[in-house]
Design a protein around this ligand. Structure first.
Ligand code: GDP
Ligand code: CA
Length: 348
């Protein structure tokens, strides 16, 4: 085996003899739609690596008596080639008859889209949880249907404990003048229109990392932070006690990718939530929010889009190693290219 030198930590040079990635372990921190596109790129870049995806569960919600895990489902359907490609979430060829029936009965809430095929997943998950299985075991059971090479790909919820993101918004008629709504209500029902005063991760202090999460980070050869929403996807994962510490301590290089390009998220509502945590909506501010490992943060390298290359001197001055490239996840091949490029440069 060629020695792993610093310039090519994952032996990306496949022209070198024996330069295979068979034993390489990669851990990815991710949310839903952006996270799953990113992970498809990781698989394309490192097809032989063993990949553990640590998925945000703070979007989870119980509706109609069902436990819904939006980010885990988006990841599972996407990696199982069952995702609706246009929407980026939910099942392809979905129908919506059950939801229409619930609405016809006047059952609230009507703002959350529940597809008929998707409902089966929620039914199985809820039954297993009610029977006493932890979410991580339920996720593994659901994934046996969708992830055929489970040796090489594992989805882990960040925690088996209940954590929910709530957004504090103005409510002039409430005695306190504000009220907290579940993140799903803020995003799906209110379209992120009310100004977010505060973002809370209810239950996070007492949550514990799901089994396997800390090991995946500690034993990884590479840790990647997807360009997922820094406030409601990556934020909750890092806030589960023990996870940030494990990332800070791992021997693996940690490389993050910006979901903020030219001062705006490519999709979603990060621009509505970043101000509530005191972070500017730009790729440099998000990178510095995660921070350089040399300065107590989590990153060895931060990858931003070429359109933001003007921010590189600011990042360098602040001590965060950063590079720019085309960060649009057009397809897994394009995503794979920027991941390999980012990993190589950010770890040189
Ligand atoms: P969610 O849980 O479904 O909201 O998805 P994630 O949190 O995983 O991902 C949402 C983030 O992905 C958003 O902040 C987007 O800006 C980012 N994103 C989506 N598409 C792209 C892309 O093509 N390139 C980059 N760099 N970021 C993207
Ligand atoms: Ca999400």
């Amino acid at each position: 085996m060629p020695a792993r030198d610093h310039a090519d930590p994952l032996m990306l040079d496949r022209t070198a003899p024996d330069a295979r990635l068979v034993d390489v372990q990669i851990a990815v921190v991710a949310g839903g739609v952006g996270g799953s596109r990113f992970v498809r790129g990781v698989r394309h870049a490192y097809p032989d690596a063993r990949l553990t995806v640590i998925v945000n569960t703070a979007d989870d919600i119980r509706l109609h008596g069902l436990h819904i895990s939006p980010d885990l489902d988006t990841m599972m359907y996407s990696l199982g080639d069952a995702i609706d490609p246009e929407r980026g979430w939910g099942r392809a060829d979905e129908t919506w008859r059950v939801g229409a029936e619930l609405a016809a009965y006047g059952v609230e809430p009507t703002w959350f889209g529940l597809g008929d095929l998707d409902l089966a997943t929620h039914l199985v998950r809820t039954q297993m949880l009610d029977a006493g299985y932890p979410l991580s075991a339920v996720t593994q059971a659901l994934c046996t249907r969708w992830l055929t090479d489970s040796d090489h790909l594992q989805l882990l919820p960040m925690t088996d404990d209940r954590v929910e993101t709530h957004v504090v918004i103005d409510a002039p008629s409430a005695p306190s003048g504000v009220r907290a709504v579940h993140f799903q209500e803020y995003w799906v029902k209110l379209h992120a229109e009310p100004e977010a005063r505060q973002v809370l991760q209810v239950g996070i202090e007492k949550s514990r990392p799901a089994p396997g999460v800390i090991e995946a980070i500690t034993e990884a050869d590479l840790v990647l932070v997807a360009p997922s929403n820094p406030v409601v996807s990556v934020g909750p994962v890092l806030a589960v006690p023990g996870i940030r510490t494990a990332i800070i301590a791992t021997k693996a290089p940690v490389v993050g990718f910006s979901g903020i390009i030219s001062g705006a998220p490519v999709l979603g509502m990060a621009h509505r939530l970043l101000p509530a945590i005191g972070v500017d909506v730009d790729a440099a501010a998000v990178g510095l929010h995660y921070g350089s490992r040399a300065a107590g943060g989590i990153l060895d390298g931060w990858v931003i889009d070429d359109t933001d290359a003007g921010l590189l001197p600011r990042l360098a001055q602040a001590g965060l190693t950063a590079v720019s490239t085309d960060l649009i996840m057009k397809d897994p091949a394009a995503t794979s290219r920027f991941i390999q490029y980012g990993v190589k440069l950010a770890t040189e």
